[in-house]
Unconditional design. Structure first.
Lengths: 290, 423
C-alpha cells in the first residue's frame, strides 16, 4: 500500500511538469489558436537559463525561479510580435511550422554553445533532504515541485475565473469578435497571454533543472507527450489541461510499475481512446475545436 | 506531427537511396592501379567517419572523432613521409543520426560515390549492424568503434567487419564480475527497452550469475525517460533487498537516473549504483561528486599514463576538449588501418583484411592489442575505474581512479563463444 501511494506521488511529480506545460499550451491555443510547438524548447531554455545564471553570475535557484520566467515572457512577446502575429491570418499550419522551426533554431543554438551532453545543476540549498509524509518520506525537492506546480495552476485558475482580466481573456478566447464588439481591445491581450504561456514553460524548465538532465533536447520528447496531454484534456481547456497533466503523470507511474511495456505508449493510447470517446477531449467543448 | 516527420524522413531517405543507386552505377574503378608496388585504388586512400554529429552521441564521439581520424592521418604522413604508401589520404564524413536506415544509405553512398576504402566509428548498435551488412555486400572494410553490440563479432559477423574499443560483454564482464565479487551479491537491473539495453541486461545478468551473484529483479524502462522514481522506489522494497542497482541507461537518461538515485538517497540505504556504460562526458555532466564511488569498466582513460596524457594534450589543442575513449579508439583504428595498408602495399579490401587479422600491436589506445582472426574482435587491456570525488581531482576532467587493469585475454568474450563463422 505504501509502495502504491509512493508511486502515485511519483506520478504526480511527473504530472506537475505536464500540467505546467499543458497549461501554457492551453492558454496560448485558447487565445491565439496557435499550436505552439516551441513550448518544449522554451522549457529547455528555462532550464538552461537557470544553469547560465548560476554559472555566469552565481544567481541562486530561488532568484532564477523569478528571473527566468520574466525573461522568457519577454522573449515570447517579442516572438509573438515579430513572427507569430504575422501568420495568424493564415492557416494554423503555418504557425505550427514556424514554431517547429523556432524549436530547431533554439535547440541548435544551445547545442552549438553547450554541446549535447547534460550540464550539471545542483539541488537548491535547503531542499536537499527529505520530508516525512507520514507513511513514507520523500525527497524534499520533489515535494516542492509538486506544491509549486499546484500553486501556480490554482493561481492561474483563480485569475482566469475570478478577475476582470481573466474574464476578458476567457471571453476573447470564446468569441473574439463579440468581445471586440463590446468595446474590449482583444488584440491588446494576445501578446501578453502568449508571453505568459511561455513564462510557464520557462518556470517548468527551472523546476526541472535540479532533478532532470539539462541538455538541448530535454524538451523535444516531452513536448510530444504534452501535446497528447492537451488533446486528452481538451484543446484550449484550461481546467482540462491541468487535470489531464496530473492524471497522465499518475497513470504513467502506475503503468511503469504494473505494465512497464506499455508505459511509454500509454499517453498516446489514452489520447486515442479519449478521441474515440469524446472527440473534443475530456473537458473540451466542440466550439473550442473550431 | 510525428507521422508527418516520419513521412518526410522516409521520403528524404528514399530520395537519397535513389541518388545513391544512380551514383553507384558509375562506380569507381576498383583495384588494379598501374603503379608498381603500391596498389591504391583511385590513387588515394579515403577514410570515412560515419557517426552521430548532432544527437545524443555527438559529444562523446561526433565531430571530434573525425578530428581524431584526421590526427591519425597527419601522424601517419609525418611518420612515413616519402615512404608512405600514398600521400593522398582523405577523410570524409557523414551523419547517420543514429538511424539504421540512414546509416545504410549513407554507408552505400560513402563506399560508392565518395570512394571510401573504410568506414569508421558508427555508434548505435542497430545502425552499426546495418553498416556491417553494407560492408559485407560491397566487400569493403568497416572498423566499428563506438557501437556496443556483441553481434558485430557474433552471429552477424562478416569478413570485412571489425569491432574496436569495447562491447557489452567487456562492460558486463569487468563491472558485473568485480562488483559481485566484492560483495554486491544481489542485483536489481534497470535497462532501457531497446536493442542496446536488452543486450546489456543479458550480458550483465550472465556476468553476475557467473560470479556467484543473483539478479533478483530486472525492469525494462521507457526510452527516453525522465522519471525513474518508480524503479528507484521499488528497489528498497524488493526481497531480498538488492545490494546494487545496475543501470544500463546512457546519455541524458543516465543523468536523470543518477540525479534521482541521489535524491532518494539509496546509497545511504545500502544500495550501491553500478553503471553499465559510462563515458567521461557523463561524469562531467553531473559533476564527479554525484557519481563518486561508482565503479564501471573503461576502455581507455586520458589521465592513465604519460602516453595517454600526451595524446590528450595534442587532442585538446586541436579540439579544445579532453578525448573520450571513443576519440582515442577512432585515432587508433585509423592508424592501424593505414599501417595495414602500408604493410600490404595495397588498399584492396582482401589484402588489408589479411594484414589486420591476427595482428598484435600496442598504441596510444590499445595496450596488448590484438585483432582476433576468428571473429575480428580487437581485444586490448580494459580498466576497472572508480569515479573520484571532486576533492581528489588534480586537473580539469580528472574524474577517474583506475582500480585495476583487466588483461586483454580476459576482458573480452572468449573466441569459442562468439558463434561467428564468417559464412
Amino acid at each position: 500500500m505504501t509502495n502504491f501511494l509512493q508511486q502515485c506521488f511519483n506520478g504526480l511529480v511527473s504530472g506537475s511538469f505536464y500540467a505546467l506545460l499543458a497549461l501554457g499550451l492551453a492558454v496560448i491555443f485558447g487565445m491565439l489558436g496557435v499550436v505552439n510547438f516551441a513550448h518544449g524548447a522554451c522549457y529547455m531554455l528555462g532550464a538552461f537559463g537557470a544553469y547560465i545564471l548560476l554559472v555566469e553570475a552565481g544567481v541562486t535557484f530561488w532568484l532564477a525561479l523569478l528571473i527566468v520566467p520574466v525573461v522568457l515572457a519577454v522573449f515570447g512577446m517579442v516572438l509573438e510580435r515579430l513572427a507569430i502575429h504575422r501568420l495568424r491570418s493564415l492557416d494554423p499550419l503555418y504557425n505550427f511550422l514556424l514554431t517547429f522551426g523556432v524549436t530547431l533554431v533554439l535547440q541548435d543554438l544551445v547545442k552549438r554553445e553547450y554541446g549535447i551532453q547534460s550540464q550539471p545543476y545542483p539541488q537548491p540549498r535547503g531542499l536537499t533532504g527529505s520530508v516525512d509524509l507520514g507513511l513514507f518520506s520523500y525527497p524534499a525537492y520533489q515535494v516542492f515541485v509538486l506544491v509549486s506546480s499546484l500553486v501556480v495552476c490554482v493561481a492561474v485558475w483563480y485569475v482566469l475565473t475570478r478577475t476582470r482580466v481573466g474574464m476578458i481573456v476567457r471571453a476573447a478566447t470564446e468569441r473574439p469578435d463579440l468581445t471586440g464588439a463590446l468595446g474590449i481591445n482583444v488584440g491588446r491581450w494576445v501578446t501578453p497571454v502568449f508571453g505568459f504561456g511561455i513564462a510557464l514553460a520557462g518556470l517548468a524548465g527551472v523546476l526541472a533543472a535540479p532533478m532532470r538532465a539539462v541538455n538541448p533536447l530535454m524538451g523535444a520528447d516531452l513536448v510530444i507527450a504534452v501535446f497528447a496531454v492537451v488533446v486528452i484534456g481538451g484543446l484550449g481547456s484550461i481546467f482540462g489541461s491541468v487535470v489531464a497533466g496530473f492524471g497522465v503523470g499518475l497513470l504513467q507511474a502506475l503503468a511503469n510499475l504494473y505494465a512497464p511495456t506499455i508505459a511509454q505508449t500509454l499517453v498516446f493510447l489514452l489520447m486515442a481512446i479519449v478521441l474515440l470517446w469524446r472527440p473534443a477531449g475530456l473537458f473540451g467543448r466542440e466550439e473550442a475545436m473550431a | 506531427m510525428r507521422r508527418t516527420t516520419t513521412v518526410a524522413v522516409a521520403a528524404l531517405s528514399a530520395g537519397a537511396l535513389l541518388l545513391t543507386a544512380c551514383g553507384g552505377r558509375g562506380g569507381p574503378a576498383s583495384g588494379g592501379g598501374g603503379q608498381q608496388g603500391a596498389q591504391i585504388s583511385g590513387d588515394k586512400i579515403v577514410l570515412a567517419v560515419l557517426n552521430d554529429q548532432s544527437g545524443v552521441y555527438a559529444d562523446l564521439s561526433g565531430k571530434n572523432s573525425v578530428e581524431a581520424v584526421k590526427m591519425a592521418v597527419d601522424d601517419f604522413k609525418a611518420k612515413y613521409g616519402d615512404k608512405a604508401v600514398s600521400k593522398n589520404i582523405e577523410v570524409v564524413t557523414a551523419d547517420h543520426q543514429n538511424k539504421p536506415d540512414i546509416a545504410n544509405t549513407k554507408a552505400q553512398e560513402l563506399y560508392d560515390r565518395q570512394q571510401a576504402d573504410v568506414i569508421l566509428d558508427v555508434p548505435t548498435s542497430s545502425a552499426a549492424l546495418a553498416v556491417a551488412n553494407v560492408a559485407k555486400a560491397k566487400k569493403k572494410i568497416y572498423l566499428n568503434v563506438t557501437a556496443a553490440t556483441t553481434e558485430l563479432t557474433g552471429k552477424q559477423c562478416n569478413k570485412y567487419t571489425f569491432h574496436y574499443a569495447y562491447d557489452t560483454y567487456m562492460l558486463a564482464n569487468g563491472t558485473g564480475t568485480t562488483v559481485t565479487a566484492e560483495g554486491g551479491k544481489n542485483w536489481y537491473i534497470v535497462y532501457p527497452d531497446y536493442a542496446f539495453g536488452q543486450d546489456m541486461e543479458r550480458s550483465f545478468s550472465a556476468a553476475v550469475q557467473k560470479a556467484g551473484g543473483t539478479v533478483i529483479a530486472k525492469d525494462p524502462t521507457p526510452f527516453p525517460n525522465d522519471n525513474f522514481s518508480t524503479f528507484l522506489l521499488k528497489a528498497p522494497g524488493l526481497s531480498p533487498k538488492p545490494d546494487v542497482i545496475g543501470t544500463m541507461q546512457a546519455g541524458g537518461d543516465l543523468v536523470n537516473l543518477v540525479k534521482q538515485y541521489n535524491e532518494f538517497k539509496l546509497r545511504e540505504q545500502g544500495i550501491k549504483l553500478s553503471v553499465g556504460l559510462m563515458f567521461i562526458t557523463d561524469i562531467h555532466s553531473l559533476g564527479p561528486d554525484a557519481f563518486a564511488g561508482t565503479q564501471f569498466t573503461d576502455a581507455w582513460y586520458w589521465n592513465f599514463d604519460d602516453q595517454n596524457r600526451a595524446f590528450a594534450d595534442k587532442f585538446k589543442q586541436r579540439t579544445g576538449t579532453v578525448p573520450t575513449f571513443a576519440h582515442a579508439a577512432n585515432y587508433s583504428a585509423a592508424t592501424q588501418y593505414l599501417e595495414a595498408i602500408q604493410r600490404a602495399g595495397s588498399d584492396g579490401a582482401d589484402d588489408v583484411v589479411k594484414q589486420l587479422e591476427g595482428y598484435s600491436f600496442n598504441d596510444v589506445f590499445a595496450r596488448n592489442g590484438k585483432i582476433r582472426a576468428e571473429d575480428h574482435r580487437m581485444v586490448h587491456d580494459a580498466y576497472l575505474a572508480e569515479v573520484k570525488p571532486a576533492s581528489e581531482a588534480k586537473a580539469d576532467w580528472d574524474y577517474e581512479k583506475i582500480i585495476r587493469t583487466i588483461p586483454a585475454d580476459q576482458a573480452f568474450r572468449p573466441v569459442g563463444q562468439s558463434g561467428c563463422t564468417f559464412s
